[in-house]
Design a protein around this ligand. Structure first.
Ligand code: FES
Length: 214
């Protein structure tokens, strides 16, 4: 059910594919951009299980839960709540993978993983969710940057209806985008990364998270 591009064009998206690629990097991270189950996505592999108990240090990436801050500077919520709240069980971190909706909240371009070479996309990692260090998702339209290793709770709005909603997603670190991008729940089935059935899981409301470019 997926259209996947790069060197995996039209192939299934697999956990082992990301793991293999990660093994060839300095940071143990890998990522890819494409269209998956009809959604533009960036998928990032982070060696979270291996590194989560280490003290913060360069090039030992792990998923970091932080407070999301909106454009006004207000704190919206803590990313770690996603792990505790049964309503978001489908998003609970697993398999060292995050699937991230791939539309830039600035003007809806599609940010990418290492699509171009610069300091923001280089194969290195700094802790703390700062704009410094590499392995950012980068939007080439107007240079917005996102740290795909930071999960936060933040707020966005549907462009058409004006409806405001809160979501769990990755952090904006710089550029004109007002906030970061939401996570998409997934499941791994025989190595294949698949989208969940939102209706069966009772999480249809989460589909609103992907409407800010509608
Ligand atoms: S659309 Fe992504 S930075 Fe403008």
């Amino acid at each position: 059910d997926s259209v996947w591009y790069g060197d995996q064009h039209l192939e299934s998206m697999t956990e082992s594919g990301f793991k293999d690629e990660a093994g060839r990097s300095t940071t143990g991270m890998s990522g890819a951009s494409g269209v998956w189950s009809g959604l533009p996505v960036n998928v990032v592999y982070i060696p979270h299980e291996e590194n989560k108990n280490l003290p913060p240090m360069q090039n030992k990436p792990r998923i970091q839960f932080m407070d999301g801050v909106d454009q006004t500077g207000a704190i919206i919520g803590y990313g770690g709540d996603m792990e505790e709240d049964p309503a978001y069980a489908a998003l609970k971190v697993s398999n060292n993978i995050l699937v991230i909706f791939g539309r830039c909240p600035h003007l809806c371009c599609i940010p990418g993983w290492q699509l171009i070479e610069n300091n923001f996309t280089a194969d290195n990692w700094e802790p703390g969710g700062l704009d410094s260090g590499g392995n950012k998702l980068f939007c080439i339209c107007h240079s917005s940057r996102y740290d795909p290793t930071v999960v936060e709770k933040n707020t966005n709005r549907n462009r058409a209806s004006g409806t405001v909603f809160q979501y769990f997603g990755i952090k904006r670190t710089g550029g004109p985008t007002p906030v970061g991008m939401p996570l998409i729940p997934f499941t791994v089935n025989n190595d294949v990364i698949e989208v969940v059935d939102f209706k069966a899981e009772g999480i249809e409301a989460m589909l609103d998270w992907y409407t800010y470019c509608d």
